[in-house]
Design a protein around this ligand. Structure first.
Ligand code: FES
Ligand SMILES: [Fe+2]
Length: 407
């Protein structure tokens, strides 16, 4: 058990009960700056966090930056074609090297303070007027590397280098999306949002459709709100599963209908479903018959979160004459806004002394699993996996004599 977590273990244990008896995370988890500081260190810096797509830096010298926990990370495409991650800090006096979200560094990265110059592989190539610095060995100095790996075109970093190989971290998740060929998809849209809600309130909202009939009339027309809840077996830090499209619909848009072909090779049964996955800590992936969409979340404050949405389509679709992803983008932009407003209301109310803590409805099994993943992660001091919460709940259920009725 991790003794430094600022949440009360007794509150977390109540989340880990079978869903029928469980309680949500305590309100402090969504409100307290000390909790967010702790999460930045233990959830974001210590795990594999998605920072973008390979196509964000297609050419040698292309650079993009990402905030991960309390760190800024620099992703640099080398002359050898390899994408490398580095801490975004100069080894001379600690200057942040790149402040833009993306830029091009033709051949080298020059510190904007005293012009120490680094190669695209991170080695220090030039440092003027250092002859008098005893023991200064330019050849042994370079940008500090950050473990960087890719899955299906998404780039992940682990700034503490303690999360093990990415594929081990993800468990059985990669096999769940293989057939969508996400690596070959290209981005055709990007929207950035800031919502006045905690990142976990937004994450939990993403994994339930109990709210859909109330706030999403357009979404409810193209996907029956009760068609979710069929969670796939997770052996990793992820939750999710499919929802069905309504009769006659073949995509998620206002009309629910598109003339775009499904993603090449997609089996027939996947052409009338949408899959929603949450990969802890920060990536939500929705796989539609004809496109893949992601939300990536970055906490700014306990009650403020940046969300970046991207829409990916097959490359031949993107480059075809007349291609217009507007139906997919505008639809999700509308739904996002409905979700952010709902989550902002939760943020406003959840700290009230008049709120007694809540329970999980019959349509909130997935967010119970997600909340239990968070609870287990607080207790362990690192992002946990679903099998670990199952073990916990089995212990609870033995006492209650009814496991595994609820999952
Ligand atoms: S701080 Fe970078 S060169 Fe001085
Ligand atoms: Fe929603």
């Amino acid at each position: 058990m991790n003794g430094t977590c600022p949440l009360d273990p007794a509150d977390l244990t109540r989340v880990l009960r079978p869903r029928e008896e469980a309680e949500p995370l305590p309100a402090r988890a969504y409100l307290d700056p000390a909790v967010l500081d702790w999460e930045r260190e233990h959830f974001f810096e210590s795990s594999w966090v998605c920072v973008g797509r390979e196509e964000d830096a297609p050419q040698p010298g292309d650079v993009f930056t990402a905030e991960v926990g309390r760190e800024s990370v620099l992703l640099v495409r080398g002359q050898d074609g390899c994408l490398r991650g580095f801490f975004n800090v100069c080894q001379h006096r600690g200057t942040r090297l790149v402040t833009d979200e993306a830029c091009s560094a033709p051949g080298h990265i020059i510190c904007p303070y005293h012009s120490w110059t680094y190669g695209l592989d991170g080695r220090l190539l030039a440092a003027q007027h250092m002859a008098g610095a005893r023991g200064f060995d330019r050849a042994s100095i370079g940008l500090a590397p950050v473990p960087t790996e890719a899955l299906a075109g998404w780039v992940f970093v682990n700034v503490t280098a303690t999360a093990g190989p990415l594929l081990e971290y993800l468990g059985n998740f990669p096999a769940r999306i293989d057939r969508f060929g996400v690596e070959s998809l290209r981005r055709a849209g990007r929207r950035e949002y800031v919502a006045a809600a905690n990142w976990k309130i937004l994450s939990e909202n993403y994994q339930e459709c109990y709210h859909c009939p109330t706030i999403h009339p357009e979404l409810t027309r193209v996907t029956p709100y009760r068609s979710g809840g069929r969670d796939e077996e997770s052996l990793g830090p992820w939750v999710g599963g499919p929802m069905d499209l309504a009769e006659g619909c073949n995509t998620m848009s206002i009309s629910g209908v598109t003339e775009r072909d499904p993603i090449p090779g997609l089996p027939e049964e996947d052409r009338s479903r949408v899959f929603y996955y949450s990969l802890l800590p920060n990536l939500w992936i929705s796989l539609h018959p004809d496109y893949v969409m992601t939300h990536s979340v970055c906490p700014l404050e306990p009650g403020r979160t940046r969300i970046v949405c991207e829409w990916l389509f097959p490359e031949p679709v993107v480059t075809a004459a007349g291609f217009d992803p507007g139906d997919a983008i505008e639809f999700w932009d509308l739904v996002n806004g409905q979700d952010w407003r709902a989550c902002e209301r939760v943020q406003l109310g959840i700290g009230s002394r008049g709120f007694s803590g809540g329970r999980f409805s019959d349509l909130e099994g997935t967010i119970h699993t997600l909340a239990a993943l968070f609870a287990r992660s607080y207790l362990e001091g690192r992002i946990a996996s679903v099998p670990e919460i199952r073990l916990t709940r089995e212990g609870e259920a033995e006492k209650a004599g009814r496991w595994p009725a609820s999952v």
